[in-house]
Design a protein around this ligand. Structure first.
Ligand SMILES: C[C@H]1O[C@@H](Oc2ccc([N+](=O)[O-])cc2)[C@H](O)[C@@H](O)[C@H]1O
Length: 421
């Protein structure tokens, strides 16, 4: 499928427990390493660069039983695991991502309890997790930079989910509410690594400290980074990977919904709105918002002094029964890629774009009910038959011709494998 599309890069993740069955680095699975060696070698054979994520949400059970991201030893465990994979695969993998989407790991896993491990610690879970995760990221980064990069010459970054949150109105209150939403959704994870000051976002930290005191906590529910820790974490990324899907308009007073007290969303206490005219996908959270890649990336570009970006995920879901002639997905990719062009024109250092996803897959809590693939997968078929959707043909034509808005008819679209690839 990668060859049919003419891809020159592919992002995938490693399963920690497939490589270290106990989670800890005392025992490495030869079969696990061989599995990924074959996978990586096959890509490289066809000129497809692997971009590898170390952690995309599957923590070894033993480590989860020990508290997972809540355990202060988590950063060490992660560094040990990272060292094994850099050593095994770093001769061929030159683009490393430590974590996929800290927000979904920490907020959804340890706060709102909507993703594994479904731990309902709404008051502190997201904040404790965020600090341990960021410390683990920094330890893995230094392991790479000090002990592997000199010979392997690759780069190491982190991928954060960055949807665009603008203000509903021009009022000062709504502008501040939008900034609080951005700090809660991605600043918690980006700020310690990419800001000049380091540590958690300042205004959010102040709000949480104030509310914690009012709520009778002896200290802020959000842990602090010591000065030493701030310096340790600052600048530990060669690039910022961005998973971008959608946007919301934020209000200080309107569109508020109920949240547990205390919790991150109660702390920021803002409302969010999506205009009804924004087209809807099969996922409740995903709507097609105008020029949102441009809005998000130009904002981050200014805020963090022009870092290197990769868009590491971007895509559209349809229900399983949807037609294979998926014009809604094509409309989404055209809009997104036009927004990428605007972003590049604005001088943002965006080095790559990855669609989510090559093929339908298991979509976490939603299982097989939301399909993101350029290729449809028939999950009732024991052979898991794969069929290119119309969007696959169009995507192939776009990346080959660099023409985004040209109209293609399905029977004129070319799906032969280019011998050069
Ligand atoms: C569809 C892919 O989404 C990624 O995760 C999310 C989850 C939620 C949002 N959101 O805006 O609410 C954005 C991205 C994830 O990395 C991938 O595995 C897929 O689930």
């Amino acid at each position: 499928m990668m060859r049919e599309l003419g891809l020159d890069a592919y992002r995938f993740s490693l399963s920690w427990s497939r490589i270290l069955p106990n989670g800890l680095a005392n025992k490495v699975s030869d079969a696990g390493v061989e599995f990924y060696n074959n996978y990586i070698d096959e890509m490289i054979k066809y000129g497809i660069k692997p971009m590898v994520t170390l952690y995309h949400w599957d923590l070894p059970q033993k480590l989860q039983d020990l508290g997972g991201f809540m355990n202060p030893l988590f950063p060490e465990w992660f560094e040990d695991y990272a060292r094994v994979v850099f050593e095994k695969f770093g001769d061929r993998v030159k683009h490393w991502i430590t974590f996929n989407e800290p927000r979904e790991i920490c907020f959804e896993g340890y706060g709102s309890a909507t993703k594994a491990p479904i731990l309902n610690a709404t008051d502190v879970g997201v904040y404790y997790c965020a600090k341990n995760l960021v410390m683990g990221h920094a330890r893995a980064y230094y392991a790479y930079v000090n002990d592997f990069k000199p010979s392997q010459e690759g780069v190491c970054g982190i991928t954060i989910s960055v949807n665009w949150f603008g203000a509903l109105t021009d009022s000062e209150e709504d502008q501040f509410a939008a900034e609080m939403k951005r700090q809660a959704e991605w600043g918690l994870y980006a700020e310690p690594i990419f800001s000049e000051e380091g540590g958690f976002p300042k205004e959010l930290a102040e709000i949480v400290a104030k509310k914690s005191a009012e709520q009778g906590y002896p200290r802020s529910r959000m842990p602090e980074f010591s000065d030493e820790e701030k310096d340790f974490v600052k600048g530990t990324a060669d690039f910022l990977g961005v998973n971008h899907y959608t946007a919301g308009l934020v209000s200080a007073t309107e569109y508020k919904t109920h949240h547990p007290v205390p919790s991150l969303y109660d702390d920021i206490d803002v409302g969010s709105y999506t205009p009804p005219e924004w087209p809807k996908s099969a996922s409740s959270w995903l709507k097609l918002a105008p020029n949102s890649i441009y809005n998000a990336l130009t904002h981050l570009h200014k805020k963090y002094n022009g870092p290197i970006f990769y868009i590491t995920e971007n895509g559209w879901s349809s229900p399983p029964e949807a037609d294979i002639l998926d014009d809604d997905r094509i409309r989404y990719y055209r809009a997104a890629l036009n927004s990428v062009l605007d972003t590049l024109e604005a001088g943002v250092d965006l080095r790559g774009y990855m669609a989510w996803s090559l093929m339908d897959n298991f979509e976490w809590m939603e299982g097989y009910t939301e399909r993101f693939g350029l290729y449809r997968v028939n999950f009732s078929d024991p052979g898991r038959e794969r069929t290119p959707r119309k969007s696959a043909f169009v995507y192939k034509q776009i990346i080959k011709s660099r023409m985004i808005d040209e109209e293609y008819e399905p029977d004129t679209l070319d799906m032969t494998i280019d011998e050069g690839n």
